[in-house]
Design a protein around this ligand. Structure first.
Ligand SMILES: [Zn+2]
Length: 94
């Protein structure tokens, strides 16, 4: 699912994890490693010494553009970081 007209090229068809259009909110579930979480990776910038780290740098840049575009478009972005749910041991009863 993408929000038409919200993001600039080449990210205009970026699929958000969840879109709550009625309250103009998008939700992204971010992996701490691939999105270089500021809590799990404080004060460290990945050096582009490998293709994997170059991918992370591209992801960081993409995330920055998306954050700015969402805010500029009057939407709210909620990022749920992996470390906040990784050790979650909730049990749901049906
Ligand atoms: Zn994290």
């Amino acid at each position: 699912m993408y929000v038409p007209g919200l993001l600039p090229a080449p990210y205009e068809y970026h699929k958000f994890d969840t879109i709550l259009a009625q309250i103009k909110t998008v939700i992204e579930h971010q992996g701490c490693y691939w999105h270089w979480c500021p809590i799990c990776h404080p004060n460290v910038t990945p050096e582009p010494t490998s293709p994997q780290l170059r991918n992370i740098l591209r992801t960081i840049q993409k995330d920055k553009i998306i954050r700015e575009a969402v805010k500029k478009g009057g939407w709210k972005l909620i990022e749920i970081w992996e470390h906040t749910t990784k050790y979650c041991n909730l049990q749901f009863k049906i």
